[in-house]
Design a protein around this ligand. Sequence first.
Ligand code: ZN
Length: 367
Amino acid sequence: MDREKAIVKVSVVGIAVNAVLVAFKLAVGFLSSSIAIILDGVNNLTDALSSVVTIVGTKLAGKAPDKKHPYGYGKIEYVSSVTVAVIILLAGLTAFRESLDKTLHPTPADYSVVTLVVIAAAVAAKLVLGRYVKAAGKTWRSESLIASGTDAVMDAIISLSTLVAAGVSMAFDLSVEGILGLVISLFILKAGIEILMDSMGQLIGERVDSALARELKDFIGEYPSVLGAYDLSLHQYGPERLIGSVHIELPDDMTAREIHGLTRQIAEDVYRAFGIVLTVGVYASNTADGTAADMKRTLTEIIRGYPEVLQMHGFYVDRSKKLVYFDLILDFKAENKAEIEAGVIRRMKERFGEYEFAAVLDSDVSD
Ligand SMILES: [Zn+2]
């Protein structure tokens, strides 16, 4: 089954289960005039709405790229997640206001055994649904499914607490409805804020997943002649469309024909193995050059005195031009980046005065 169909199927199951729960909870809630149960039902209603938005988002996101949107429509999924978050936040705010009112002006709820049975069944249904949706979300790498699965498990806990409240009220003739409603609304608000932060983060652009970055660099490093893979940068256009670039170090005696074959092969293999469209850039590395090796050792030594320098790569000595190239990755937190660069170059000049140094400050974009 393809990803889009799978997500739609899981979401439809979620909508159906939630719709049934909403109907039962609102009926039972109004019959027993329990605000906690009514809010619990409203909470499930937001879940059903979220699933609807997820389906619409996934459908739109699957649209093929065109001239105006050459990277496809994948990011719509993040927009739909933001919409879901806003729905949940609005529900949370309403729930909070209602519960506050109920706490200040309590009216006794009137529970029956049927109420308790309905809620208990709802708890079980939500737990099963939550596990199912979350597992599917992990299989299909869908943030929205994982979020709604987690949400469903949280909801089961909320419903469980309304069950406890009903029990307390039946046993001790004590109303904890309003307070419970406040707690439920805080949970709803928390869920909304988390989904909002997550999808906004994706829209703004986040650091490449550490495990993926390492796996990819190791994969590329395995090719014969590749001395190292650096500057891996990935841009996400939806969960299934990753585009990026990487730099590899190659021996400087390779021909354009050899480099052509190798970089094409890497790009093709990476696409097949990871589904990532990768542009491969090349740094030359000195072969059998004692002076270059000596300079590289010295540079490595100098850099050790700068804790802000996370990595040095792309080191290459052009003996005929008397020019030395290298890239430094500085910690984002380093404040005096230009000073560090100048300091490193100055100390290299002290040792190798006849050379010029062309340093590039790279961003620390991946692990
Ligand atoms: Zn670089």
